[in-house]
Design a binder for this molecule. Sequence first.
Ligand code: AMP
Length: 633
Amino acid sequence: MRYAELYERSVTDPQSYWAEQAQLIDWHAPFSQVLDASRPPFAKWFVGGQTNLCHNAIDRWLETQGDLPALIAVSTETADAAPAEKIYSFRELHAEVQRSAAIMLSLGVTRGDRVLIYMPMIAEATIAMLACARIGAIHSVVFGGFAANSLATRIDDARPKLVVSADAGSRNGKAIPYKPLLDDAIRLAKHQPRHVLLVDRGLAPMTLVQGRDLDYASLREQHLDAQVPVTWLESNEISYILYTSGTTGIPKGVQRDVGGYAVALASSMQTIFCGKPGEVYFSTSDIGWVVGHSYIVYGPLIAGMATIMYEGLPVRPDAGIWWSMVEKYRVTRMFSAPTAVRVLKKQAPEFMKKYDLSSLKALYLAGEPLDETTSQWISSALGVPVIDNYWQTESGWPILSIARGTDDSPTRLGSPGVPMPGYKVRVIDESTGDTCAANRKGVVVIDWPLPPGCMQTVYGDDARYVDTYWSRFGGQQVYSTFDWGIRDEDGYYFILGRTDDVINVAGHRLGTREIEESISSHPNVSEVAVVGVEDKLKGQVAVAFVVPRNADAVATPQARQAFEAEVMGVVDRQLGTVARPARVHCIGLLPKTRSGKLLRRAIQAICEGRDAGDLTTIEDPASLQQIRAALAG
Ligand code: AMP
């Protein structure tokens, strides 16, 4: 079927479209209702149906391809010479996940309990996620680059019974201890997990807390023959919580269901990613992000593909490492982010010619705007189509892309494409709520109901879900993506940046408020503003402007430099290096309106060398001069 027809059907007759897509997965008990639309803006998909993500990812494939690879874990961090590799067939993964599930059960984790996973990119992380899914426990994976305070906030919100972690991650060949950060986080948190299960990689020493901390390897030995049957879950039970940044300093727990998510992923693997059982999928993301959840772990496995989990940099030991894996494992579909491609672009292009990349059919890029130069460079270097796709932690799978599995609709440079099945996307005028004419800028919104796979709610806070996402345009039931965009006359969308205070650094979403709160805890910080500033490599970087309490303490260039390093250290310790600002400037005054509102957009404009815009409400124009002077100095 052609894209246009398929899309039309998905939005005019969603019930029949999704009932049909639901046949792509296994159901233990059929659903009685495709969509329960009785409580907008909430939506329940496949009501009454019983299924399980782990069953669909593993058990379902045992009979037909039990001995084919399922999980290929590669690390260039822990091996000096050749990359370390561990391949699990579907059968081996099945056994390993049951061991992990048996350990969790033995620690009292049951259906509906939360398990927080704070892990580097090692096989045990994926195994723990699948083990949770198997027994109906709710996982919440926290990206390894986050530090104690970020972790503590998430522990308090998710209230996990168990935390699964490791002694250390590794970056650029250097161990990054996780355990001390985790200990600090648990100390800071009000909620105390009953147990911490630790994978000891032998990278960093660990001090175990008696009675709480347990060694994974020893417990695994006790459960080698474990047989843990799948727990069948009603489609709308919770599969996971994944925290993401928003306008406030408190991250939101994006909550996802079981059945809708499984169907959406299975459907997207056909319509967008064209994955076939027995093929190999390689996503360079991290399991701490939504791409990792959907397209490292669940999506490829649900489609019967092997998935590669890679721990390491794209340029170590050299810029050919990804392509050597494409050759070795005969990867057919690859998923990455524009920043990673820009990093590779700085390296010599011969690495792409060195390897046999004939298995590769397409490269998918997402997470941040894809500039035309990067897109054209990588597409001609690889000789395969590059498919931009736009989505969010909240949506769980692409909102805009090109449905390669339907027809060969052309891509359009600079555009992530057209709406994917079930997404009723529009661009609306922020003040009137009216749909914008073609090529007019507005807010990208989606009409209710969101298709299967999208967030159910904010974990534990339905009101926050409704207020944040659905109440922005005078009662109109539209979901706001918080992105500006335009739709051209042919229906292609262009994304023009966030409408809120969220910034996007190398495809990682960060809340400027969170960073500001962290910086404020430095004793010599009186006020701070953090803005996202355009960056050639990373898309955006965070830049902080600080008003010190004691200006004399930062009077000399040396003192300012030391202060900048200290502030960065505070962010590293509290939030993690991922949130560290690229620069910290000292100024005497922040630009604000007369009512005291920070003029973030004006600061950002000055940083990017643009006009500062309408400044009629500014309290003291001299503050802008201070920003300019700080940047010049
Ligand atoms: P996250 O929830 O971390 O995946 O971040 C989602 C945000 O990243 C979106 O709201 C956009 O601002 C941005 N984003 C994701 N994919 C794209 C894309 N293909 N083009 C432009 N921006 C994107």
